[in-house]
Design a protein around this ligand. Structure first.
Ligand code: ADP
Ligand code: MG
Length: 699
């Protein structure tokens, strides 16, 4: 059996009750196989003695100790009554590595009085630090030594530390992982030749060593195998594409068609040189006999969407259907409205489809799509749920591609044998990764903005200078320009001192800008109402929006000149850049105010400075990676391009390259995996695909 074939629900394990199940649910774990695919965040090395004497004096820094101790004494401090006072237990090192002493401060753990009895011996794992001359710890684990004096099982191991949720604890997850591992064994997922060539472990061995290693070296080896396997299949799936034959009959590939020319000539401006160039690149791809897989990158407002519509016309002239997918309903609607304005006059038949389109209307759209009576359909990922069928889908455009997972992308490519795919992004991924992770992805870049745009001026505003900022923004309103106020939260959850939209809307509209029309916008407001608000904003019936980061992507209002982001230090660099991209979209001078509270962490300060100094999205994306570093790739994993369990896109470039080479070799020699040595690939893809094709639920 393959790991992913183990579909028994996690709740069928002994001891997994409702609350643990909820925790697992939040981590995306439903089956016993899933829990094995949960990667530890880190490992605690308890395999070697780290005696008390090894902690450096006078630094005050927490250091891990891992040793054996004997209890010397107990005392109480900080209050007379039970409940107020705290137990303090002094122990000495008996590991044979010097006679260090440690004070265990047992906050809220009075029960330890009966456990840590004078004279008894324990195994201790603790975070300890010197306070003056005393070594102290309040975060520690104590386990009695065995009767014969030997250490308990917890010593000597390397323990995985998992991400937690709800009532889950490390203990529970380790228990459940152990139960699954004990009851099963797993088949290899790689052809034997590859395992030999790269000295990889059998899958069963690797997954055991990953969760229950006996050294950090084990962890490394296990990861090598698991990451290789994951990347190998990723490459196989993304690079496995049939060659298309039907369009090779075109007489002059790459040639602009009449309808494109007409459309361009009717625009109130001329295309930038970069737009012309990328349009040509895209046309060449569209007319070539192999399917396009191209990423169009360009900063927010550089004119990517327009390029997408013009390329759509190219496909329509050749008789294909086009799907345009946006990451949110709001954006999809905005794109649909723009398309209606731009394309409908050219006779293009448009439709809009998201999860919220229901009943008769939905059925009508689905029928017409299937019949080929719709040329361009615009929507969210609901476009690619199972029930949606196309007559001749030829071209798929994906806006803000970084918001979609690979699984979703694969599912959509399934709708047509081999559609051309154009991914658009304002948050580019580093080129090496683009090339390696996405297989044969080509990249087109729009470097320059349309003429007449002024770079947005960015001010960092400390809480104390807030009044001046309000005034500056007020002057813009007075000039008839509009603005956004963005906060990280919808409402005050009571505990934090984070400003939220609900309260700030109240404050801004009654105290700061009384009489100036405005509206509140956040994700809990019904779609239709959101659209009405945006429409009124567009018509300038509203002067400013108070919003959460729902305005982050794509909203296009040229007269808006002010973007105020509060608690700017709570947002990531790319998010801030996207927010700033909501202004400076016309010819007016625009301003971005990033408001922060003191004290500001070094990290956050650095981020904000990068934004003040640069308006170049590419530089910002690079800095983002640099500042966060590969260590924080989990962030990129979650929000980013891919959901990988084992591989790390920043550090595993070498494995990516090798896996890609091997995947290509297999695809070339045996594309249907018919040879005996490739049968394992066929089995894995059939029974336990690492990147399932129908991960899309219309949500
Ligand atoms: P992106 O998708 O890259 O964020 P858009 O295609 O939405 O950018 O373009 C942003 C704005 O710039 C739109 O209002 C669009 O009509 C306008 N625009 C696009 N290309 C040009 C151009 N060559 N000259 C002037 N304005 C342009
Ligand atoms: Mg856009």
């Amino acid at each position: 059996m393959f790991i992913r074939q183990l579909q028994e629900p996690i709740a069928s394990l002994p001891g997994v009750g409702k609350s643990a199940r909820l925790g697992y649910d939040a981590l995306g774990i439903r089956t016993q196989g899933d829990v094995l695919l949960l990667s530890p965040r880190s490992w605690e090395d308890r395999s070697i003695i780290v005696p008390l004497g090894s902690v450096a004096r006078n630094t005050g820094e927490n250091t891990v100790v891992n040793t054996f101790v004997q209890v010397l004494s107990q005392s109480w401090f900080g209050g007379r009554t039970r409940g107020k006072r705290t137990l303090k237990v002094i122990v000495r090192d008996i590991s044979g590595n010097g006679d260090g002493r440690l004070s265990l401060l047992c906050f809220g753990r009075d029960f330890l009085e009966k456990v840590l009895v004078t004279g008894r011996t324990f195994y201790v794992y603790a975070q300890a630090a010197y306070h003056m001359t005393e070594l102290q710890s309040s975060q520690f684990e104590v386990i009695p030594m065995r009767d014969d004096g030997s250490p308990p099982a917890e010593f000597g191991a390397v323990l995985p530390i998992y991400p937690l949720s709800g009532s889950l604890s490390q203990r529970i997850i380790r228990r459940d992982v152990a139960a699954v591992l004990a009851a099963r064994s797993f088949d290899d997922e790689l052809p034997p030749s590859l395992m030999d060539a790269y000295a990889l472990l059998p899958t069963d061995r690797a997954i055991r060593m990953w969760h229950q290693p006996s050294s950090l070296e084990d962890v490394k080896k296990a990861r090598q195998t698991l990451a290789f396997t994951e990347l190998f299949y990723l490459q196989l799936v993304t690079r496995r594409r049939a060659v298309r034959t039907d369009s090779s009959t075109l007489k002059s590939p790459g040639e602009i068609t009449g309808s494109e020319k007409r459309f361009i000539s009717l625009l109130p401006f001329s295309l930038t040189a970069d737009q012309e160039t990328v349009l040509k690149e895209i046309r060449m791809d569209l007319d070539s006999s192999s399917p396009m897989n191209r990423m169009l990158q360009g900063d927010v407002g550089s004119g990517k969407t327009l390029v997408a519509w013009i390329s759509a016309l190219h496909v329509l002239s050749h008789g294909g259907q086009v799907a345009f997918m946006a990451p949110t309903e709001l954006l999809a609607r905005q794109h649909a409205e723009n398309a209606a304005r731009l394309l409908a006059p050219a006779g293009v038949r448009l439709a809009f489809l998201t999860g919220s389109v229901k009943g008769k209307e939905r059925k009508l759209i689905l029928d017409n799509l299937k019949a080929g009576n719709i040329d361009v359909i615009i929507g969210t990922h609901a476009l690619f749920s199972k029930e949606v069928e196309f007559r001749r889908l030829r071209f798929v455009i994906i806006d803000e591609q970084h918001r979609f997972g690979v699984g979703q992308r694969l599912a959509l490519m399934d709708k047509a044998a081999t559609p051309d795919v154009l991914l658009m992004t304002a948050t580019p991924i580093p080129r090496t990764l683009a090339l390696t992770v996405f297989g044969d992805l080509n990249v087109s870049t729009i470097h320059t903005m349309p003429p007449g745009r002024l770079p947005v001026i960015t001010h960092l505003v400390s809480d104390a200078s807030r009044e001046r900022m309000y005034k500056a923004v007020g002057i813009e309103f007075f000039r008839g320009h509009q603005g956004y106020f963005v906060y990280p939260r919808i409402d005050d959850s009571g505990t934090s001192d984070i400003r939220d939209v609900t309260n700030m809307f109240e404050y801004l509209s009654t105290r700061v800008y009384p009489g100036i029309p405005s509206a509140l916008l956040h994700s809990r407001i019904p779609e239709q109402e959101k659209m009405d608000i945006l429409e009124r904003f567009r018509r300038k019936e509203l002067m400013y929006l108070v919003s959460t980061s729902v305005v982050e992507v794509g909203i296009d209002i040229p007269e808006a000149t002010c973007m105020v982001v509060e608690h700017a230090d709570h947002f990531g660099l790319s998010a801030l850049h996207q927010l700033r991209g909501r202004v400076g979209r016309g010819t007016l001078q625009s301003y971005c105010f990033l408001v922060y509270g003191e004290p500001l962490s070094d990290d956050a300060r650095q981020r904000l400075l990068v934004l003040r100094e640069s308006t170049d999205g590419f530089r910002i994306a690079e800095q983002d990676l640099l500042i966060r570093g590969p260590g924080e790739m989990t962030g990129t994993r979650q929000s980013g391009f891919l959901r990988l369990q084992f591989a790390d896109l920043t550090t595993d470039v070498e494995i990516i390259v090798v896996a890609r080479k091997e995947a290509d070799a297999v695809l070339q020699a045996d594309p249907a995996f018919l040879s005996l040595s490739h049968s394992v690939i066929r089995d894995v893809l059939m029974h336990a695909p690492p990147f399932p094709e129908d991960v899309i639920d219309a949500s």
